[in-house]
Design a protein around this ligand. Structure first.
Ligand SMILES: Nc1ncnc2c1ncn2[C@@H]1O[C@H](COP(=O)(O)OP(=O)(O)O)[C@@H](O)[C@H]1O
Ligand SMILES: [Mg+2]
Length: 406
């Protein structure tokens, strides 16, 4: 039975519908038990109750994590509002020790995640570490399609034994069922273009809060959030856009070349990227990111025409002789970024008179060419390299033209 207080909740009041397909889900008359830390009698988003249930599971010893104490006991991690869409992940904005953070989980409740039956059968202390490590490796292989060495899996692996070890393993298991958590954890030390993980409690993982993009925003990213009021003039804003565009190119280069396999982004839209204060572009939603081997598996389907070979922003061509889609992606990350992001920026009206007309036109033309889909194989690769170096060049020239005071 519940030991906390039973409270009544109505629908969502502080939900923010972020331009997605629908507003936050509402739950009518939810009666739940809360630990005293969570007993605030106002209307909340659905996730508030998710976090409260999280704390019940924490107090019963079912789950744990380095943020649970702050979330459930010390109240140093405080719910603000939800940011998720109807069918997407649970995304919650919270305040942690005075700093904004984001909590994410693919599913709402801990019990929705696959249970590790082994935990029932034996005392967790008796499960050999090698066996657990093997299970982690299998989960990673499933999620990423890659076989990683034991020492690469450090960030996913909990070695601490103690009274809560069973809860630690159960929590680790729920996190391992979330591909995005695996990507972020493994790429933490290798990439500035992925979200930093701050910690976790059960199946919720906390990441840094950044300025996310919005398709409806005039400049796609709300620059006022990253630039102080002294930098809010037109020239500063245009300079910031050029810097962000250059960071997009750095990210493209990095995802293409710096890992053992190319990383394909198949859901490219402003909402899935954010910028840090230094204007670095960060991928904040990698549910549709795939390393080359998995990408090939996804693309290689039966087909009767090219349209059967489209997988969101990643597509290949149908080989009509064998009725099979090519395993090789026919477009690339740069092409989609040019199409869905750069095209919005590099139209003459946005640059105004700050950049010389010939340069504006050159940039516009380069973006149009880069956004053209589909040359496969070596031709496609050559074209992408040419586009990349041309865009780097033109953006740097623009950057120089924009130097100087407002
Ligand atoms: N780290 C973050 N900082 C700021 N906003 C974020 C962050 N992560 C997610 N968001 C916001 O929440 C929205 C949904 O998150 P996302 O991970 O894209 O989930 P979904 O799978 O539902 O698309 C994003 O489009 C963005 O507006
Ligand atoms: Mg998203």
């Amino acid at each position: 039975m519940c030991s906390g207080r039973a409270l009544r909740y109505g629908g969502a009041r502080s939900c923010q519908a972020q331009g997605g397909p629908g507003p936050c889900r509402r739950r009518q008359l939810l009666i739940i038990c809360l630990s005293s830390a969570w007993s605030v009698g106002v209307w909340f988003c659905y996730e508030y109750s998710a976090l409260s249930l999280q704390c019940l599971d924490y107090s019963s010893g079912a789950l744990t994590g380095d943020l649970c104490e702050d979330l459930c006991v010390a109240q140093k991690l405080v719910y603000k509002h939800c940011l998720y869409y109807d069918r997407g992940k649970k995304v919650i904005q919270a305040d942690w020790r005075g700093q904004p953070i984001i909590l994410k989980s693919k599913k709402e409740s801990f019990s929705s995640y696959q249970h590790l039956s082994m935990l029932e059968e034996v005392e967790t202390q008796d499960i050999p570490e090698t066996e657990l490590l093997l299970m982690v490796a299998l989960e990673v292989k499933n999620a990423l399609g890659l076989e990683l060495s034991n020492n690469t899996m450090g960030p996913l692996w909990t070695r601490k034994k103690g009274p809560r070890w069973k809860a630690q393993v159960a929590s680790m298991w729920s996190l391992l069922q979330q591909e995005e958590y695996i990507y972020f954890s493994l790429l933490q030390d290798f990439s500035k273009h992925v979200l930093r993980i701050i910690g976790s409690c059960g199946h919720f993982y906390a990441v840094e809060y950044l300025t996310a993009g919005h398709a409806w925003h005039k400049t796609l990213f709300p620059l006022e959030n990253v630039m102080g009021p002294s930098l809010s003039g037109h020239r500063s804003r245009v300079r910031a856009i050029i810097d962000i565009a250059l960071s997009f190119l750095d990210m493209v280069q990095h995802f293409d070349n710096d890992f053992s396999h190319r990383l394909h982004l198949c859901d490219i839209k402003p909402e899935n990227f954010a910028i840090r204060h230094d204007l670095t572009v960060v991928a904040i939603d990698v549910d549709m990111a795939f390393f080359e081997p998995k990408m090939k598996d996804i693309l290689e389907q039966k087909c009767t025409g090219d349209e059967d070979c489209n997988f969101f922003d990643c597509f290949s061509k149908c080989n009509l002789k064998i009725r099979k889609c090519g395993a090789q992606r026919a477009n690339n990350n740069l092409q989609v970024i040019c199409d869905k992001i750069f095209r919005r920026w590099f139209s003459p009206n946005l640059r105004g008179a700050l950049v010389s007309l010939p340069l504006q036109l050159q940039l516009q033309k380069a973006v149009q060419e880069c956004a053209q889909p589909g040359h496969t194989g070596a031709t496609g690769h050559q074209r992408a390299l040419k586009s990349l170096s041309e865009l780097y060049h033109l953006l740097r020239v623009t950057q120089r033209e924009l130097q100087g005071p407002e």
